[in-house]
Design a protein around this ligand. Structure first.
Ligand code: AGP
Length: 606
């Protein structure tokens, strides 16, 4: 969601802010803005649209040495210039950028209006600068404490104060904010990629801590309960060479789809240590007897990560002795889950910052569950708040549509199952030769993407799709439908093939194509019968099937073959055609593939 960057130091700030905002574009946004302090005057520039447009209206080298920038994903109020951040108070002293939601903003706004403050936007954020204006006094730290105590909800804030031109102020609660220390300069941002070109030393403030960001002296205070100054040591993270070019691909999404074989290779080699036929995860040390002591696994996640979690339920219940529950993170609290110290709670989140998943994790923690997370960011809130973490090793994913991180989630779900079996029964059933071949077969599927492109173009004018599958393939088909929806804006309904007769079959006609996974696994015969039912309703069928399957030709109108292999591993294969199909439909329709409308990469509000 919203991206934040702030800079104060020896160099002109605007180039850092623009570049940092570009590195945060992947989070999703609809407007952008920045504020700098030049000769004692605050200058604000905003656009509805992209950072490139903002870049065009700012003068790079004349805009001061302290500034803040923001990309806004609209929550309160439409994407307009007035609603874009930064926001400024009545007297032009405080300027704020904000990520999160101030839940009690209406009460605060009414109070502030009563006090004569003039609001210029419809945002929840604007109350913050008016509160500062109202309550600021000589003791800066105490002033922030008073203001922050009035706020309910989630926030990461960076504030520029015209009267204190050497310092920015940063403060967070349940939304991510990190500090980067340079040489004679300090940075603050939503996420590491925004700073990784310039910074190696990071501080990760906790909730309700105020950072006074002055290049000569960085101070951090605890504002909750007792006011106290804290001594937080920076953490070194080597400068990542995160390239913001697309490596020759027209979109990050396509680049990331093509990275999947390499990521799997890396996970199957670097992600684990082999000892004979046994293997172990790096930096993963669970309590003795954890696997014997737990009697249930409870998984929470959202979106694509939820589909990975749902897949885990199918895969694990087949071979592990546990009942596996899967919830959307946002629904978890409402069903009053029965979890306790014998539950292993698993949070799956590529970003590690998804607000609903964090809330569910905290609830599980209260109930005493052991917490394991799968994230692609070891510095994220979810990773930090977990007892055990599996790192997805996918590199930063910039396309809003998750692709390579989903593949990595599938890989770790598979490995974790085998690892638990090994710890419980003293054996795993990995055929290492079969495993090694998977990335090679993924490359083969990718090399044949032209056929998938042709099929995608053929169906790109259709307005509705049904996506059907059974068993383990069901969560994967749901993921395929989500991919099509989010980047092409076409309605795609994912349905369990067995459920089709109980309602969705009414949707079928010659204008409703059906996408299906019909590989030769334990679901094949039943899905085949379901496809006959589809055919009888004249709906065109696109089937992802196993190479050389002749029988499937009787029902399918279009076929995407995946290589024949150990059927235990087909889930890795079928994922890529579903991603490519969605990609090429969206490309044909000229959608904004990497940043689809209304979506954010990191959903940091509940
Ligand atoms: C995936 O394509 C989506 N952009 C979205 O559903 C995403 O998977 C979801 O928001 C969860 O994100 P997380 O994995 O970072 O928690």
């Amino acid at each position: 969601m919203c991206g934040i960057i702030g800079y104060v130091g020896k160099n002109p700030c605007v180039p850092y802010i623009i570049k940092g905002l570009k590195m945060l574009e992947y989070r999703g946004y609809d407007s952008a803005g920045l504020a700098t302090l030049v000769d004692g005057e605050i200058k604000i520039k905003k656009v509805v649209g992209k950072v490139n447009q903002l870049e065009k209206i700012v003068v790079n080298n004349e805009e001061g040495y302290i500034g803040i920038g923001h990309t806004r994903w609209a929550t309160h109020g439409e994407p307009t210039l007035n609603n874009a951040h930064p926001h400024i108070d009545c007297n032009g002293r405080f300027v704020v950028v904000h990520n999160g939601i101030i839940e009690n903003y209406k009460e605060l706004k009414d109070y502030l209006l009563g006090r004569g403050h003039i609001f210029r936007s419809q945002t929840d954020t604007e109350v913050i600068v008016h509160l500062l204006e109202e309550f600021f006094e000589e003791n800066i730290v105490y002033s922030f404490k008073r203001v922050v105590e009035k706020l309910e909800g989630s926030f990461a804030l960076v504030i520029l104060d015209k009267n204190n031109p050497q310092s920015l102020y940063g403060i967070k609660r349940q939304s991510p904010l990190i500090i980067g220390l340079g040489d004679g300069e300090v940075f603050v941002a939503s996420d590491i990629p925004a700073l990784s070109l310039w910074v190696e030393d990071y501080i990760f403030p906790e909730d309700d801590q105020l950072a006074i960001l002055n290049p000569k002296k960085l101070e951090i205070y605890n504002l909750k309960d007792k006011l106290e100054k804290l001594n937080i040591k920076p953490v070194k993270i080597s400068k990542e060479k995160i390239s913001i070019d697309k490596g020759g691909y027209p979109h990050y999404m396509l680049k990331e789809i093509h990275e999947q074989p390499t990521i799997l290779r890396e996970i199957f080699t670097e992600g684990i240590e082999k000892k004979g036929n046994f293997f172990f995860f790096k930096d993963f040390k669970e309590d003795d007897n954890l696997w014997k002591n737990i009697n249930k696994i409870s998984i929470v996640a959202c979106g694509t990560s939820y589909h990975a979690g749902y897949f885990a339920k199918y895969l694990w219940e087949e071979e592990l002795p546990y009942n596996v529950e899967v919830d959307y993170s946002s629904e978890f609290r409402y069903r009053k889950p029965k979890i306790d110290k014998n539950t292993l709670f698993i949070a799956i989140s590529q970003s590690g910052e998804t607000a609903d998943t964090i809330a569910a994790l905290r609830l599980a923690r209260e109930k005493g569950a052991k917490i394991l997370s799968l994230t692609n960011n070891l510095r994220s809130t979810i990773a930090r708040e977990s007892d055990l973490n599996l790192y997805l090793r996918s590199g930063i994913e910039i396309g809003v549509a998750a692709t390579k991180t989903f593949m990595a989630e599938l890989a770790f779900i598979f490995l974790l199952k085998e690892y638990i079996k090994q710890e419980l029964y003293g054996e795993n059933s990995i055929n290492w030769d079969d495993l090694r071949k998977i990335p090679v077969y993924l490359e083969k599927i990718l090399s044949e993407s032209n056929l998938i492109k042709e099929i995608a173009y053929k169906y790109s004018k259709n307005k509705n799709f049904l996506y059907i599958a059974r068993g383990k393939n069901f969560p994967l088909i749901l993921e395929g439908a989500l991919k099509l929806k989010e980047i092409s804006y076409i309605h795609a309904e994912g349905v369990s093939a067995g459920e089709m007769k109980h309602g969705p079959i009414a949707l079928l006609d010659e204008n409703t194509p059906v996408m299906t996974i019909a590989v030769q696994d334990e679901t094949y015969n039943k899905i085949f019968s379901n496809l006959e039912e589809v055919k009888a309703r004249k709906a065109p069928i696109i089937a992802i099937a196993t190479e050389n399957d002749q029988k499937i030709m009787d029902v399918a109108d279009d076929l995407i073959y995946v290589p024949k292999h150990n059927s235990k591993y087909y889930y890795f294969f079928v994922t890529i055609p579903l991603q490519l199909f969605a990609y090429y439909v969206a490309e044909k329709l000229e959608r904004e593939i990497d940043q689809p409308r209304n979506l954010a990469k990191s959903v940091t509000v509940e």
